[in-house]
Design a protein around this ligand. Structure first.
Ligand code: CA
Length: 360
Protein backbone atom coordinates (compact mmCIF):
# COMPACT_ATOMS: atom_id res chain seq x y z
CA UNK A 1 0.00 0.00 0.00
CA UNK A 2 1.29 3.43 -0.85
CA UNK A 3 0.11 6.00 1.69
CA UNK A 4 0.03 8.93 -0.76
CA UNK A 5 -2.46 7.16 -3.04
CA UNK A 6 -6.14 7.91 -2.88
CA UNK A 7 -7.97 4.95 -1.39
CA UNK A 8 -9.53 4.04 -4.70
CA UNK A 9 -6.16 3.44 -6.37
CA UNK A 10 -4.98 0.84 -3.91
CA UNK A 11 -4.84 -2.73 -5.08
CA UNK A 12 -7.82 -4.78 -3.94
CA UNK A 13 -7.19 -6.91 -0.89
CA UNK A 14 -10.11 -9.21 -1.60
CA UNK A 15 -11.66 -10.35 -4.83
CA UNK A 16 -15.18 -9.26 -5.62
CA UNK A 17 -17.44 -12.29 -5.95
CA UNK A 18 -19.90 -13.16 -8.68
CA UNK A 19 -23.30 -11.52 -8.69
CA UNK A 20 -26.54 -12.69 -10.25
CA UNK A 21 -26.06 -10.05 -12.94
CA UNK A 22 -23.10 -9.24 -15.14
CA UNK A 23 -21.12 -6.20 -14.10
CA UNK A 24 -20.52 -4.14 -17.23
CA UNK A 25 -18.31 -1.08 -16.73
CA UNK A 26 -19.08 1.49 -19.40
CA UNK A 27 -16.49 4.30 -19.19
CA UNK A 28 -13.16 2.56 -19.23
CA UNK A 29 -10.00 4.00 -20.73
CA UNK A 30 -7.29 2.75 -23.03
CA UNK A 31 -4.31 4.48 -24.64
CA UNK A 32 -1.87 3.06 -27.18
CA UNK A 33 1.71 4.02 -26.21
CA UNK A 34 2.09 5.89 -29.52
CA UNK A 35 -0.51 8.40 -28.37
CA UNK A 36 1.64 9.28 -25.37
CA UNK A 37 4.54 9.83 -27.82
CA UNK A 38 2.39 12.25 -29.83
CA UNK A 39 1.33 14.05 -26.64
CA UNK A 40 5.02 14.35 -25.63
CA UNK A 41 5.79 15.88 -29.02
CA UNK A 42 2.88 18.34 -28.73
CA UNK A 43 4.07 19.35 -25.25
CA UNK A 44 7.70 19.70 -26.38
CA UNK A 45 6.76 21.73 -29.44
CA UNK A 46 4.39 23.94 -27.47
CA UNK A 47 2.28 23.77 -30.63
CA UNK A 48 -1.11 24.20 -28.97
CA UNK A 49 -2.15 26.90 -26.55
CA UNK A 50 -4.07 24.71 -24.11
CA UNK A 51 -3.09 25.18 -20.45
CA UNK A 52 -5.35 22.33 -19.31
CA UNK A 53 -3.70 19.77 -21.61
CA UNK A 54 -0.24 20.98 -20.63
CA UNK A 55 -1.03 20.70 -16.92
CA UNK A 56 -2.67 17.29 -17.14
CA UNK A 57 -0.27 15.55 -19.49
CA UNK A 58 2.72 17.37 -18.08
CA UNK A 59 1.83 15.35 -14.97
CA UNK A 60 0.75 12.01 -16.45
CA UNK A 61 3.66 11.76 -18.89
CA UNK A 62 6.46 12.97 -16.67
CA UNK A 63 5.56 12.34 -13.04
CA UNK A 64 7.36 9.59 -11.15
CA UNK A 65 4.49 9.35 -8.65
CA UNK A 66 2.91 5.97 -8.07
CA UNK A 67 -0.40 7.18 -9.45
CA UNK A 68 1.05 8.44 -12.73
CA UNK A 69 3.25 5.36 -13.19
CA UNK A 70 0.35 2.99 -12.53
CA UNK A 71 -1.94 4.79 -14.92
CA UNK A 72 0.68 4.80 -17.70
CA UNK A 73 1.19 1.08 -17.17
CA UNK A 74 -2.44 0.00 -16.82
CA UNK A 75 -3.97 2.18 -19.51
CA UNK A 76 -1.70 0.98 -22.32
CA UNK A 77 -2.51 -2.68 -21.75
CA UNK A 78 -5.21 -4.25 -23.85
CA UNK A 79 -4.54 -7.82 -22.78
CA UNK A 80 -3.93 -10.10 -19.82
CA UNK A 81 -3.20 -7.41 -17.19
CA UNK A 82 -6.44 -5.57 -17.94
CA UNK A 83 -8.44 -8.79 -17.83
CA UNK A 84 -6.77 -9.78 -14.52
CA UNK A 85 -7.69 -6.42 -13.00
CA UNK A 86 -11.27 -6.89 -14.19
CA UNK A 87 -11.34 -10.35 -12.61
CA UNK A 88 -10.00 -9.00 -9.30
CA UNK A 89 -12.68 -6.32 -9.22
CA UNK A 90 -15.57 -8.48 -10.40
CA UNK A 91 -15.98 -6.72 -13.74
CA UNK A 92 -17.38 -9.03 -16.41
CA UNK A 93 -17.08 -6.64 -19.32
CA UNK A 94 -15.53 -3.27 -20.10
CA UNK A 95 -16.91 -0.80 -22.60
CA UNK A 96 -13.67 1.04 -23.30
CA UNK A 97 -12.36 3.80 -25.48
CA UNK A 98 -9.36 5.94 -26.32
CA UNK A 99 -8.57 8.07 -23.29
CA UNK A 100 -9.32 11.77 -23.13
CA UNK A 101 -8.55 14.05 -24.92
CA UNK A 102 -7.90 11.40 -27.58
CA UNK A 103 -7.06 12.86 -30.97
CA UNK A 104 -8.80 16.15 -30.19
CA UNK A 105 -5.50 17.96 -29.48
CA UNK A 106 -3.76 16.80 -32.68
CA UNK A 107 -3.41 18.59 -36.03
CA UNK A 108 -6.36 17.64 -38.24
CA UNK A 109 -4.75 15.19 -40.68
CA UNK A 110 -2.85 13.45 -37.91
CA UNK A 111 -6.02 13.27 -35.79
CA UNK A 112 -8.04 11.65 -38.58
CA UNK A 113 -5.33 9.07 -39.31
CA UNK A 114 -4.61 8.32 -35.66
CA UNK A 115 -8.30 7.83 -34.83
CA UNK A 116 -8.63 5.24 -37.60
CA UNK A 117 -5.49 3.43 -36.48
CA UNK A 118 -6.61 3.45 -32.84
CA UNK A 119 -10.01 2.10 -33.85
CA UNK A 120 -8.35 -0.74 -35.77
CA UNK A 121 -6.19 -1.56 -32.73
CA UNK A 122 -9.11 -1.39 -30.33
CA UNK A 123 -11.30 -3.58 -32.51
CA UNK A 124 -8.50 -6.15 -32.73
CA UNK A 125 -7.98 -6.02 -28.97
CA UNK A 126 -11.69 -6.53 -28.32
CA UNK A 127 -11.75 -9.43 -30.80
CA UNK A 128 -9.19 -11.24 -28.62
CA UNK A 129 -11.59 -11.04 -25.64
CA UNK A 130 -15.05 -10.90 -27.25
CA UNK A 131 -16.86 -11.65 -24.00
CA UNK A 132 -14.85 -9.19 -21.92
CA UNK A 133 -14.14 -6.08 -24.01
CA UNK A 134 -16.30 -3.87 -26.26
CA UNK A 135 -14.93 -0.70 -27.83
CA UNK A 136 -16.26 2.70 -28.82
CA UNK A 137 -15.14 4.65 -31.89
CA UNK A 138 -12.67 7.53 -31.60
CA UNK A 139 -13.22 10.33 -34.11
CA UNK A 140 -11.57 13.63 -35.03
CA UNK A 141 -14.20 16.40 -34.80
CA UNK A 142 -11.58 18.62 -36.48
CA UNK A 143 -12.80 17.04 -39.76
CA UNK A 144 -16.55 16.43 -39.33
CA UNK A 145 -16.97 14.68 -42.69
CA UNK A 146 -14.14 12.26 -41.96
CA UNK A 147 -15.52 11.70 -38.47
CA UNK A 148 -18.92 10.82 -39.91
CA UNK A 149 -17.29 8.27 -42.25
CA UNK A 150 -15.30 6.80 -39.38
CA UNK A 151 -18.48 6.32 -37.36
CA UNK A 152 -19.97 4.34 -40.22
CA UNK A 153 -16.77 2.29 -40.60
CA UNK A 154 -16.52 1.70 -36.86
CA UNK A 155 -20.05 0.39 -36.60
CA UNK A 156 -20.43 -1.47 -39.88
CA UNK A 157 -16.87 -2.73 -40.53
CA UNK A 158 -15.12 -2.89 -37.17
CA UNK A 159 -18.03 -3.99 -35.01
CA UNK A 160 -17.57 -1.23 -32.42
CA UNK A 161 -20.44 -0.11 -30.19
CA UNK A 162 -20.71 3.68 -30.02
CA UNK A 163 -18.75 6.90 -30.43
CA UNK A 164 -16.67 8.84 -27.93
CA UNK A 165 -16.18 12.61 -28.06
CA UNK A 166 -14.00 14.16 -25.37
CA UNK A 167 -15.97 17.37 -24.90
CA UNK A 168 -14.55 20.46 -26.62
CA UNK A 169 -12.21 20.43 -29.58
CA UNK A 170 -9.92 23.47 -29.39
CA UNK A 171 -12.68 25.32 -27.54
CA UNK A 172 -15.48 24.40 -29.94
CA UNK A 173 -18.63 22.45 -29.07
CA UNK A 174 -20.88 20.03 -30.95
CA UNK A 175 -23.84 22.43 -30.95
CA UNK A 176 -22.01 24.32 -33.72
CA UNK A 177 -23.75 23.14 -36.90
CA UNK A 178 -20.44 22.50 -38.62
CA UNK A 179 -20.19 19.40 -36.38
CA UNK A 180 -23.69 18.14 -37.12
CA UNK A 181 -22.54 15.59 -39.73
CA UNK A 182 -21.15 13.72 -36.68
CA UNK A 183 -24.53 13.80 -34.93
CA UNK A 184 -26.26 12.81 -38.16
CA UNK A 185 -23.95 9.81 -38.66
CA UNK A 186 -24.42 8.57 -35.10
CA UNK A 187 -28.19 8.84 -35.41
CA UNK A 188 -28.15 7.10 -38.80
CA UNK A 189 -26.04 4.26 -37.36
CA UNK A 190 -28.36 4.12 -34.32
CA UNK A 191 -25.36 4.33 -32.02
CA UNK A 192 -24.79 6.54 -28.96
CA UNK A 193 -22.22 9.30 -28.47
CA UNK A 194 -20.39 9.14 -25.15
CA UNK A 195 -19.69 12.78 -24.29
CA UNK A 196 -16.63 12.24 -22.12
CA UNK A 197 -14.88 15.01 -20.16
CA UNK A 198 -11.69 16.79 -20.86
CA UNK A 199 -10.11 19.79 -19.17
CA UNK A 200 -11.76 23.17 -19.73
CA UNK A 201 -10.33 25.07 -22.69
CA UNK A 202 -8.20 28.17 -22.52
CA UNK A 203 -11.05 30.69 -22.40
CA UNK A 204 -12.57 28.94 -19.36
CA UNK A 205 -9.77 27.44 -17.32
CA UNK A 206 -8.11 30.39 -15.59
CA UNK A 207 -10.13 30.47 -12.31
CA UNK A 208 -9.81 26.68 -12.00
CA UNK A 209 -6.04 26.49 -12.37
CA UNK A 210 -4.64 28.29 -9.35
CA UNK A 211 -6.67 26.13 -6.97
CA UNK A 212 -6.04 22.87 -8.81
CA UNK A 213 -9.70 22.50 -9.77
CA UNK A 214 -9.26 22.10 -13.54
CA UNK A 215 -9.24 18.28 -13.59
CA UNK A 216 -11.60 15.56 -12.46
CA UNK A 217 -12.43 17.24 -9.15
CA UNK A 218 -14.62 19.87 -10.87
CA UNK A 219 -13.30 21.32 -14.15
CA UNK A 220 -14.15 18.19 -16.16
CA UNK A 221 -17.73 18.23 -14.91
CA UNK A 222 -18.32 21.93 -15.47
CA UNK A 223 -16.87 21.77 -18.99
CA UNK A 224 -18.75 18.65 -20.02
CA UNK A 225 -22.06 19.56 -18.36
CA UNK A 226 -21.91 22.91 -20.15
CA UNK A 227 -21.23 21.12 -23.43
CA UNK A 228 -24.23 18.82 -23.04
CA UNK A 229 -26.44 21.75 -22.06
CA UNK A 230 -25.31 23.75 -25.10
CA UNK A 231 -26.37 20.81 -27.29
CA UNK A 232 -29.75 20.60 -25.53
CA UNK A 233 -30.63 24.30 -25.92
CA UNK A 234 -29.30 24.51 -29.49
CA UNK A 235 -32.11 22.49 -31.06
CA UNK A 236 -29.71 19.73 -32.15
CA UNK A 237 -31.89 17.12 -30.46
CA UNK A 238 -34.94 18.37 -32.38
CA UNK A 239 -32.97 17.98 -35.61
CA UNK A 240 -31.73 14.51 -34.49
CA UNK A 241 -34.50 13.30 -32.17
CA UNK A 242 -33.38 9.66 -32.08
CA UNK A 243 -29.78 10.49 -31.18
CA UNK A 244 -28.66 9.26 -27.76
CA UNK A 245 -25.85 10.71 -25.66
CA UNK A 246 -24.16 9.03 -22.72
CA UNK A 247 -22.76 11.33 -20.04
CA UNK A 248 -20.53 10.07 -17.24
CA UNK A 249 -20.24 11.11 -13.59
CA UNK A 250 -24.02 10.86 -13.22
CA UNK A 251 -24.69 13.34 -15.98
CA UNK A 252 -22.10 15.93 -14.90
CA UNK A 253 -24.64 17.39 -12.40
CA UNK A 254 -27.33 18.16 -15.02
CA UNK A 255 -29.98 15.85 -13.46
CA UNK A 256 -29.67 17.78 -10.19
CA UNK A 257 -30.31 21.03 -12.07
CA UNK A 258 -33.33 19.70 -13.96
CA UNK A 259 -36.05 21.83 -12.35
CA UNK A 260 -34.11 25.07 -12.63
CA UNK A 261 -33.01 24.31 -16.17
CA UNK A 262 -36.64 23.89 -17.26
CA UNK A 263 -37.80 27.01 -15.40
CA UNK A 264 -35.04 29.34 -16.57
CA UNK A 265 -34.92 27.93 -20.08
CA UNK A 266 -38.61 28.70 -20.48
CA UNK A 267 -38.10 32.17 -18.95
CA UNK A 268 -35.19 32.86 -21.31
CA UNK A 269 -37.04 31.67 -24.40
CA UNK A 270 -40.25 33.57 -23.58
CA UNK A 271 -38.40 36.81 -22.84
CA UNK A 272 -36.38 36.49 -26.08
CA UNK A 273 -33.50 37.82 -24.02
CA UNK A 274 -30.84 35.51 -25.46
CA UNK A 275 -30.09 35.42 -29.16
CA UNK A 276 -28.41 32.04 -28.81
CA UNK A 277 -31.35 30.38 -27.06
CA UNK A 278 -33.97 29.49 -29.67
CA UNK A 279 -37.27 27.84 -28.71
CA UNK A 280 -36.97 24.06 -28.57
CA UNK A 281 -39.64 21.49 -29.32
CA UNK A 282 -39.32 19.84 -25.92
CA UNK A 283 -38.44 20.85 -22.37
CA UNK A 284 -34.82 20.42 -21.32
CA UNK A 285 -35.94 17.72 -18.85
CA UNK A 286 -37.48 15.86 -21.80
CA UNK A 287 -34.09 15.76 -23.54
CA UNK A 288 -32.50 14.54 -20.31
CA UNK A 289 -35.06 11.75 -20.01
CA UNK A 290 -35.32 10.84 -23.69
CA UNK A 291 -31.90 11.50 -25.26
CA UNK A 292 -29.38 11.12 -22.45
CA UNK A 293 -28.08 8.17 -20.46
CA UNK A 294 -25.85 8.72 -17.47
CA UNK A 295 -23.18 6.48 -15.98
CA UNK A 296 -21.87 6.16 -12.44
CA UNK A 297 -18.18 6.66 -13.33
CA UNK A 298 -16.35 8.14 -10.38
CA UNK A 299 -19.62 8.43 -8.42
CA UNK A 300 -19.97 5.25 -6.38
CA UNK A 301 -22.35 7.05 -4.05
CA UNK A 302 -25.78 5.64 -3.31
CA UNK A 303 -27.80 8.84 -2.73
CA UNK A 304 -26.68 10.36 -6.04
CA UNK A 305 -27.19 7.14 -8.02
CA UNK A 306 -30.68 6.66 -6.59
CA UNK A 307 -31.54 10.31 -7.28
CA UNK A 308 -30.63 9.86 -10.96
CA UNK A 309 -32.66 6.65 -11.14
CA UNK A 310 -35.62 8.53 -9.64
CA UNK A 311 -35.53 11.59 -11.90
CA UNK A 312 -34.30 10.01 -15.16
CA UNK A 313 -35.73 6.51 -14.77
CA UNK A 314 -34.00 3.20 -13.95
CA UNK A 315 -33.50 2.55 -17.65
CA UNK A 316 -31.27 5.64 -18.03
CA UNK A 317 -28.53 4.95 -15.46
CA UNK A 318 -25.59 2.61 -16.16
CA UNK A 319 -22.67 1.42 -14.08
CA UNK A 320 -19.12 2.59 -14.92
CA UNK A 321 -15.83 2.29 -13.08
CA UNK A 322 -13.41 4.68 -14.88
CA UNK A 323 -10.50 2.25 -15.03
CA UNK A 324 -7.61 2.89 -14.61
CA UNK A 325 -8.11 6.37 -13.20
CA UNK A 326 -10.40 5.06 -10.46
CA UNK A 327 -10.81 1.36 -9.89
CA UNK A 328 -11.36 0.51 -6.27
CA UNK A 329 -12.90 -2.87 -5.55
CA UNK A 330 -14.69 -1.31 -2.57
CA UNK A 331 -16.59 0.94 -5.00
CA UNK A 332 -17.90 -2.14 -6.80
CA UNK A 333 -19.00 -3.62 -3.48
CA UNK A 334 -20.68 -0.32 -2.48
CA UNK A 335 -22.64 -0.29 -5.74
CA UNK A 336 -23.51 -3.97 -5.33
CA UNK A 337 -24.90 -3.13 -1.90
CA UNK A 338 -27.18 -0.27 -3.00
CA UNK A 339 -30.59 -0.54 -1.35
CA UNK A 340 -32.49 -0.79 -4.61
CA UNK A 341 -34.45 -3.71 -6.03
CA UNK A 342 -32.60 -6.60 -7.67
CA UNK A 343 -34.39 -5.74 -10.92
CA UNK A 344 -33.10 -2.15 -10.77
CA UNK A 345 -29.61 -3.39 -9.95
CA UNK A 346 -29.56 -5.68 -12.96
CA UNK A 347 -30.56 -2.77 -15.18
CA UNK A 348 -27.84 -0.61 -13.63
CA UNK A 349 -25.02 -3.14 -13.99
CA UNK A 350 -26.02 -5.13 -17.05
CA UNK A 351 -29.11 -4.81 -19.18
CA UNK A 352 -29.13 -1.05 -19.79
CA UNK A 353 -25.56 -1.25 -21.14
CA UNK A 354 -26.39 -4.30 -23.24
CA UNK A 355 -29.28 -2.43 -24.84
CA UNK A 356 -27.63 1.00 -25.27
CA UNK A 357 -24.34 -0.32 -26.68
CA UNK A 358 -25.87 -3.37 -28.42
CA UNK A 359 -23.58 -5.79 -26.62
CA UNK A 360 -25.54 -9.00 -27.08
CA1 CA B 1 -13.19 8.66 -17.72
Amino acid sequence: MTPDLPRTLQEPTTQVGKADYLRIATEEAWCPPEMFDIYKRILDEGSIDDPGFMTMFGFYLNSGSTRARQIRDYITDLGAQRIAHMDERGIDKQVLFLTSPGVQVMPTAEAVAFAADANDQLAAGCARYPNRLAGLIAVAPQDPAAAAKEIDRGINKLGLHGVVINSHTFGEYLDDQKFWPILEAAEACDTPIYLHPQVPHKAMIEPFLDRGLDGAIYGFGVETGLHMLRIMVSGALDRFPRLQFVVGHLGEALPFWMYRLDYMHRAGVVSKRYAGMPPTERKLSDYLRQNIYVTTSGMAWGPAIKFCQEVLGEDRVMYAMDYPYQHGAEEVVATDNLDISQAAKKKLFQTNAERVFKLT
